[in-house]
Design a protein around this ligand. Structure first.
Ligand SMILES: Nc1ncnc2c1ncn2[C@@H]1O[C@H](COP(=O)(O)OP(=O)(O)OP(=O)(O)O)[C@@H](O)[C@H]1O
Ligand SMILES: [Mg+2]
Length: 431
């Protein structure tokens, strides 16, 4: 058997797939032929998330077109190789079932990328080149690529390759990639401190976890999360909600702005457009956001009209931000009784501007009003908050009792216990 034949056999070895590649001698030999899909419908109907990395635009577009036909796969095109071969491949692997790479613009770098992806990842890595030679094939095989494709891409060939990828995708993977954590900040009353806490929590979470984190300002129309972080945004949550039929990850990426801490922000509008976002529109925005980000933090202000949305149904945690004043405690009590079952694990109460026994209100009074103890007590610290507002520097950048507590809240979510924060390195959405 010649070396090339061995390679062909490798790329089509039934042992490397869950189903035999019936009727196909070689992916390469068959790229221009129509092959009948040999697999059952259950595989072929499964949607995959696909990252297509191709610096050469025309070839990438052709590949994307072939991939788009037929199945409901999510395809994300990248027009450059990632700049680093360590963090980005891990993130790609977390977010995509299949990663397809054009070798031709820089075969050496592309091969290093394939190697890095295959070393630890579970995603199926495919490569393509218009100049396949046996040496390149051997190297791709050794690097761990599962399919070697050549343009022009026959749809049937693409379908077959994707069916194999779907078949080998671990069952646990779908859930992992499509659902970022959803962390919702709701105020019991205007001015309770939702924006201050949501912004700083998002920054702490992004930095502590090293994961992709998006802060969405849903306190429409007047939310001021961007202002708190010193961000100027061209687009807003309203832009995202205006036509949700068009909203996907690629569009969302264009609407968000990156803060220097690493957090991405979808800001509230700077002007006063009026929009009555439907529950469906909010659901779509949050679903798309969670497909692309490990953590989605939402400032919903102190309006309760979104209680019928995914924000509450699927929240990882709802942080009810309140204070020890009578109106805030009264509202909290009503909210908890109406929307959160007794002992609802996803509700965490954050008592902001807390000063023990202030105004004669004891902890017992507070616990009684809240029907349970507050998980978090954030001290009143006017100088720290003022400094943040004047300098647009996150609270957590400077050590203080507030910043320590917010970091602790974030660490509870990132699961980092007391270990050192990881270095951030998310470049998937980086420019
Ligand atoms: N722990 C704190 N210590 C001192 N001041 C605080 C604290 N938390 C918030 N503040 C201040 O209280 C005010 C209201 O806070 P913030 O804007 O975060 O509340 P909000 O619930 O988002 O209000 P809104 O209803 O306007 O959206 C701000 O001036 C903020 O700086
Ligand atoms: Mg606010």
């Amino acid at each position: 058997m010649s070396e090339t034949e061995k390679i062909y056999q490798y790329f089509n070895d039934p042992a490397r797939t869950t189903q035999p590649a019936a009727g196909s001698d070689s992916m390469i030999a068959n790229t221009n032929q129509t092959i009948e899909a040999p697999y059952s419908d259950s595989f072929s109907t499964e949607a995959l998330s696909i990252a297509l990395i191709g610096p050469e635009e025309l070839t990438r577009r052709t590949a994307a077109e072939a991939l788009r036909q037929g199945r409901g796969n999510e395809i994300r095109e990248f027009d450059a190789y990632p700049a680093d071969l360590d963090e980005v491949p891990k993130l790609l692997d977390q977010q995509y079932d299949v990663i397809i790479i054009d070798l031709d613009p820089n075969p050496e770098y592309a091969l290093e990328l394939v190697e890095s992806l295959c070393a630890n990842g579970a995603a199926t890595v495919m490569v393509f080149s218009s100049k396949p030679d046996s040496e390149l094939l051997v190297r791709c095989m050794r690097a761990g690529a599962r399919e070697f494709l050549t343009p022009p891409f026959a749809q049937a060939t693409m379908t077959e390759a994707l069916v194999r990828a779907a078949a080998r995708r671990p069952a646990s993977r779908t859930q992992k990639k499509t659902r970022g954590k959803l962390l919702v900040f709701l105020g019991a009353k205007g001015g309770a401190g939702v924006t201050t806490l949501a912004c700083n929590f998002a920054v702490a979470l992004a930095q502590d976890s090293g994961q992709s984190t998006l802060l969405i300002d849903l306190d429409l129309p007047l939310g001021d999360a961007a202002l708190n972080l010193g961000i100027i945004a061209e687009y807003s949550t309203i832009t995202a909600l205006l036509d949700t039929s068009r909203l996907d990850l690629a569009l969302l990426e264009k609407l968000i702005v990156k803060h220097s801490s690493g957090v991405w922000v979808l800001a509230a509008p700077g002007k006063f457009p009026t929009i009555n976002a439907s529950n469906e529109a909010i659901d779509k925005l949050i679903t798309v956001a969670r497909q692309g980000f490990d953590n989605v933090v939402v400032d919903v202000g102190s309006k309760f009209d979104s209680t019928g949305t995914i924000l509450y149904r699927e929240a990882t945690t709802v942080y009810l931000v309140t204070q020890a004043g009578i109106p805030e405690l009264r509202n909290s009590n009503r909210l908890i009784s109406q929307y959160f079952q007794a002992g609802d694990k996803k509700l965490e109460i954050v008592l902001n501007r807390y000063e023990p026994k202030a105004l004669g209100v004891t902890d017992e009074h507070i616990t009684k009003a809240l029907t349970r103890p507050a998980q978090w007590k954030i001290p009143n610290d006017y100088p720290a908050v003022r400094r943040m507002q004047n300098t647009a520097t996150p609270l957590i950048a400077v050590d203080s009792p507030i910043s320590r507590l917010i970091k602790k809240m974030a660490r509870t979510v990132s699961g980092g216990a007391e270990e050192e924060p990881k270095k951030k390195g998310f470049k998937l959405f980086g420019k």
